[in-house]
Design a protein around this ligand. Sequence first.
Ligand code: PEP
Ligand code: MN
Length: 371
Amino acid sequence: MVNNSSSTFSSWDSTFSGPLLIAGPCSAESENQILSTGRKLHSIGVNIFRAGIWKPRTRPNSFEGVGDIGLPWLKSLQDELGMKVAIEVANAKHVQKALNAGIDVLWIGARSSVNPFSIQEIADSLRGVDVPILVKNPINPDVDLWQGAIERILSSGIKKIAAVHRGFSSYNTTKYRNLPMWEISIEMRRRMPDLPMICDPSHIGGRRALIHEISQKAMDLNYDGLMVESHTNPDYAWTDSSQQITPDMLQDILKKLVHKVVEVDNPEIQNELTLLRNQIDHFDNELIGILKERMNIASLIGEYKSENNVTILQPKRWQEILTKSLKEGSDANLSQEFMRKVFSAIHQESINRQTNVNKKQEEIKKGSLIK
Ligand code: PEP
Ligand code: MN
């Protein structure tokens, strides 16, 4: 992976120069496992070692982490390699224990960031402390909830915060364990542009075979780092065995990753991009003009329907529009999903227009009756 010298993490720690690399097993299992995995990961350039010692399991009666005994194992790793270590915290007690044990970075898991009470408890326990906090997205695709969790931690005075995108639960079986829904993390970055964004391809993918592709996508979207689950013997891992990769596999993926830049210095590439972007701007303006015209017609239809007592929603007509657009879209190489989203939004806006027209007409009628 090519390092990006303008890393947002260099302000966290001057030794971090490129995309931040966090890796380690899903769960700490033994001191030996921590040390052997840590040594390997350290040697391939991983910046921060991760391991869960308190595990938030979906169902009870499964392995819930080794608990407090794992803390000195991580200390051994810090002492031997000078490597930074991170663990998950889910309540004030965890925070206290982690801080007392000298853990360098704490992360808040997806099952905690979904709950403002838990987050507030963690935030309160962090007052006056200077430790980097990673906030994973909540399990449901709710940008406000994710932003709210980050704001609660920020208001406790913590300065070093990063968001971790680990995907979103879904009922349907898909290629992913947790749907990436990249648009949610893109929206988070629009709202909080200075917040570093880290991708967790392990929990998104749920399968070893997907880690490379998801990590590359994160690089393409200019993420600031990766958090990857790595185990020396993944098939025998006590938790999340199917998504963990060996340090060797991780090294291989890192070598293959192409790190892209946001701004290009080369004037030739810059010119070419500017020409293409000018065309995009031109078409965006055209689109806005066309949408304006279309909505004006929708208002006229609204008036006509209102005068003639015709319902605003005409299911048959809507079905016709959708079928026709999907067909024409497909001929034009536009995906069904995209066309469905665009036309549903246009249709909804038309309905809103017509509803407003209808309301106005009703008010006029009432007004003239009163007179
Ligand atoms: C983990 O990182 O091991 C973990 C439990 O993650 P998440 O909160 O994303 O499920
Ligand atoms: Mn895990």
